[in-house]
Design a protein around this ligand. Structure first.
Ligand SMILES: *[C@@H]1O[C@H](CO)[C@@H](O)[C@H](O)[C@H]1NC(C)=O
Ligand SMILES: *[C@@H]1O[C@H](CO)[C@@H](O)[C@H](O)[C@H]1NC(C)=O
Length: 475
């Protein structure tokens, strides 16, 4: 039978009688798994006789017989397929074929044919698609920092069918380059490199390889943490521009980062060795008592396997303390602390004010008394020991609110001025009380202004809140 002619015949038949033979148009199977090519020929009445069942594969230029069933004979498989084919229930009504394990080469067009009398051959046609789930992985390539783009990460989707599509998600500028290899079994391995200029700043940054493929229910994300090796980046901390003769404890610290992490620090001066009054502990340089010998430049040198970095710190030893510098620094720090405290006071006050308004609607009688400006600190200490460990921040509102409410009703107002005037003591370092309070009391005094402000704000002169708060704001 010549191939073109048989193809022609089959087309005619399939148009005329295709509804007789029941097949699926398309079957999808995975490499290594099983495919079931269903083919049923329902009994067509006593006048139709079936003699033979045949499965063929359309190889493009011819049809190749794969499996034949004739009653009273063993099923026959003309092409060597390694025993991977079998009929599910060989009969003249059921030609369902099972292929296991599937190979990529099994993909193609299959024809199920019933030889009947008197109508002749009746066919059904099924397309078998073979898929393979890829194995995906991504990893960083350890690279050294430099100016030329190099692959910093590689992502592989191995043994897939159809081939996977690989993209990268990255906040770093870079390019991807992909390549495909078709394996012996017909699956495809896709490899994508992420190329970029390896800056030190990219070290430990994360990028993501995204693999999309037909067999994956959703794109697979594979995070990669980049590894860029770079020489130490070094700074020297701790110089306050206030080294003066016979000052105690002056310290410089050499701060370095790098990949691999630097572990070796060495200190020196331009003239070579360190003054004998200097004491070195790895990254720290400690001067117990400042003298003229340390009126010099200190050099910290740090190495890792990639390189060595030197930084210098010029130290100026003065005859006496640097008032201007210290004052400025102290003022800035004091200002920052005061600003933080002021913000906390305002925020807490607003919250307390709201809480009190709520409470007032619930219990009007409790708020008849004048506002209590300040409970005496020792009393506070005993009643609320948690104060020591909890700085007055917004989270503590419920505690404070419940604390002050009883005093509103019972205690007479304290004659003291509201203690918020003492807020500046935070920076002025004036003694909070003339009676020489313990450090603990001093701490309590420092935080008292907040409570005072709160208690005022929580009283019935709520409209004064803005006015009362303002001194703290200007601190
Ligand atoms: C990415 O590729 C384009 C063109 O191939 C090139 O012009 C560009 O410089 C590359 N960018 C990087 C970061 O390698
Ligand atoms: C430290 O050296 C500087 C000049 O480098 C000099 O002006 C200064 O007086 C020196 N300090 C002492 C305490 O000698």
């Amino acid at each position: 039978m010549a191939a073109p002619r048989s193809l022609f015949c089959w087309c005619l038949l399939s148009v005329g009688l295709s509804q007789r033979v029941k097949v699926r148009n398309e079957v999808t199977g995975y490499v290594g798994e099983e495919a079931v090519l269903q083919c049923l020929f329902p009994p067509a009445g006593p006048e139709v006789k079936v003699n033979q069942v045949t499965w063929m594969k359309d190889t493009g230029d011819k049809k190749q017989n794969l499996a034949v069933y004739v009653p009273n004979h063993e099923p026959h498989f003309p092409v060597a397929t390694g025993g991977r084919l079998r009929f599910l229930n060989a009969s003249l009504q059921d030609a369902t074929l099972v292929i296991h394990p599937l190979r990529v080469s099994d993909e193609g067009t299959y024809i199920c044919e019933f030889a009947t009398y008197p109508h002749g051959n009746e066919d059904g046609i099924t397309t078998l698609r073979i898929l393979a789930r890829p194995t995906n992985m991504a990893e960083a390539r350890k690279v050294q920092a430099g100016n030329a783009a190099v692959p910093v990460a590689v992502c592989t989707s191995a043994n897939g069918k159809p081939p996977a599509n690989i993209t990268w998600r990255s906040s770093l500028p870079g390019n991807a380059s992909a390549s495909e290899v078709t394996n012996g079994d017909g699956t495809v391995t896709v490899t994508s490199h992420f190329n970029m200029v390896p800056m030190a700043a990219a070290d430990q940054q994360q990028i993501t390889c995204v693999v999309t493929q037909r067999t994956l229910p959703e794109p697979e994300n594979l995070p990669v943490t980049l590894a860029v090796l770079y020489p130490p980046e070094v700074t020297i901390d701790g110089y306050d521009d206030n080294w003066y003769l016979s000052r105690n404890e002056a310290t410089l610290r050499c701060v370095a980062k790098g990949n691999p992490p630097p572990t070796n620090y060495s200190w020196s001066t331009p003239s070579g060795p360190l003054p004998s009054t200097v004491h070195v502990q790895n990254d720290q340089l400690v001067v117990q008592s400042v003298d003229v010998a340390v009126n010099t430049t200190f050099i910290c040198q740090v190495s890792n396997s990639v390189g060595t970095t030197r930084v210098e710190q010029i130290v100026l030893v003065r005859a006496g303390p640097n008032m201007a510098g210290a004052g400025t620094t102290g003022g800035i720090i004091g200002g920052i602390i005061a600003a933080i405290v002021a913000v906390a006071v305002v925020a807490t006050g607003v919250l307390i004010f709201r809480q009190q308004q709520k409470n007032r609607t619930e219990q009007d009688d409790d708020l008849d008394g004048p506002p209590a400006y300040k409970p005496p600190p020792p009393q506070k200490k005993t009643e609320e020991p948690e104060l020591d460990s909890h700085p007055p921040v917004a989270e503590n509102i419920p505690l404070k609110a419940s604390y002050f409410e009883p005093s509103l009703a019972g205690d007479p107002p304290e004659p003291d001025l509201p203690r918020y005037h003492e807020l500046p003591t935070l920076e002025d370092k004036e003694p909070a009380a003339a009676t020489g309070p313990s450090p603990e009391d001093e701490y309590l005094d420092q935080i008292n202004p907040i409570y005072d402000a709160l208690s005022v704000a929580s009283g019935e002169h709520a409209q004064e809140q803005g006015f009362i708060m303002s001194p703290a704001l200007y601190v």
